[in-house]
Design a protein around this ligand. Structure first.
Ligand SMILES: *[C@@H]1O[C@H](CO)[C@@H](O)[C@H](O)[C@H]1NC(C)=O
Ligand SMILES: *[C@@H]1O[C@H](CO)[C@@H](O)[C@H](O)[C@H]1NC(C)=O
Ligand SMILES: *[C@@H]1O[C@H](CO)[C@@H](O)[C@H](O)[C@H]1NC(C)=O
Ligand SMILES: *[C@@H]1O[C@H](CO)[C@@H](O)[C@H](O)[C@H]1NC(C)=O
Ligand SMILES: *[C@@H]1O[C@H](CO)[C@@H](O)[C@H](O)[C@H]1NC(C)=O
Length: 303
């Protein structure tokens, strides 16, 4: 079987559409949009500050899920529709047989062994998958993702957030709240966004995968991603990836893009400009690699 390098497709596509590119409506042609995302990623990687550069380490590829049937590798990023993509992978691999992907309970999609991770394969197999399979990820505005992690794990009353309140909330309140009561420290509930921000500023953003930068989870500059999806275009991108690997029968569950602009303003206005800049610097690689900015929050960009 002749391996298909998806990158080649982009190359020939660029050649084909070179002249009419500017005249076309990019929204109707996901491949054109893909070309500019790839260019953004490539130039972002070329210009990346040395402190963000990561050497490729096979045992750290534990966020990349493997499907051998359709030769698909998906780097999952928590808070970016990863439950639905994990469900897709379970159906592609044959782990689950359902027509409606939502019939797969989310706890099952997130269970540790629902899908094989790239880091679990032998080195030669990792190499072979990286050379021959379609590798993709889905990104999101870094601050939206951060806010989603914060509200989901520290504010919402989900049972899963109990773990976060105990594991992180108690420590955050004890360390970053002035004069916390014994009851507040014991519960770990109701961490404020400002306290959470101070925690990230002090202890870094990689303490949990829900707020770790995509640059740390997916090594986008050390690997050759074939497709860069965005949360804002999750449905179109899902269609494109599934068509690309020859799985047009899979119906990606409807995932709405929540309009979080107002919420973003509401929470980030609780921080000083200096604090926002400091948090921005923690996620700077994600901003630059995936073409996001701060205009929505500050009214101007920092870069
Ligand atoms: C690769 O990552 C693992 C786990 O983080 C670490 O133990 C190991 O030392 C790393 N290897 C290299 C060569 O950096
Ligand atoms: C999935 O289930 C359907 C209906 O039960 C069945 O017809 C089909 O053969 C199954 N597919 C696989 C791959 O097991
Ligand atoms: C995949 O990549 C490897 C190199 O790691 C190569 O030897 C192999 O022939 C390629 N093709 C297939 C179908 O595995
Ligand atoms: C957290 O906030 C909720 C809602 O405002 C309140 O009911 C609860 O008592 C608070 N918990 C603690 C430990 O302060
Ligand atoms: C990515 O592509 C470049 C150029 O084709 C190649 O030199 C490099 O080895 C590839 N990296 C990986 C991890 O496959």
């Amino acid at each position: 079987m002749v391996p298909i390098n998806p990158k080649i497709k982009f190359g020939s596509l660029v050649a084909l559409v070179f002249i009419p590119l500017a005249a076309l409506d990019v929204g109707k042609y996901p491949w054109l949009e893909q070309i500019s995302r790839q260019e953004q990623l490539n130039s972002g990687c070329d210009n990346l500050d040395a402190k963000f550069k990561k050497k490729l380490n096979y045992s750290e590829l534990d966020h990349i899920l493997v499907d051998h049937n359709f030769k698909l590798l998906y780097c999952y990023v928590p808070k970016v529709a990863c439950t639905n993509w994990k469900r897709v992978l379970m159906v592609l691999t044959g782990e689950y047989n359902v027509t409606n992907l939502l019939d797969i309970p989310s706890w099952q999609a997130h269970s540790e062994h629902s899908t094989v991770k790239l880091s679990e394969l032998a080195e030669a197999d990792i190499q072979s998958c990286l050379n021959n399979y379609t590798l993709f990820l889905v990104t999101r505005h870094p601050f939206e993702r951060l806010l989603s992690a914060y509200t989901n794990k520290f504010l919402d009353g989900y049972s899963s957030s109990k773990y976060f309140q105990q594991r992180y909330g108690r420590h955050i309140i004890k360390t970053f709240r002035s004069h916390p009561t014994a009851a507040e420290m014991a519960s770990g509930a109701n961490v404020t966004f400002r306290e959470f921000a101070h925690y990230l500023m002090k202890e870094g953003p990689t303490t949990n995968e829900h707020w770790a930068p995509v640059n740390d989870l997916c090594s986008p500059c050390a690997l050759n991603y074939s497709f860069v999806g965005r949360h804002e275009t999750i449905m179109e991108d899902a269609r494109a990836v599934l068509d690309m690997v020859g799985a047009p029968h899979i119906v990606f569950p409807v995932t709405r893009y929540a309009k979080t602009k107002e919420r973003l303003k509401y929470f980030f206005q609780q921080l000083s400009i200096h604090e926002i800049e400091t948090i921005y610097k923690l996620y700077e690689a994600d901003f630059k690699l995936f073409g996001y900015g701060l205009e929505d929050i500050l009214g101007y960009d920092l870069a």
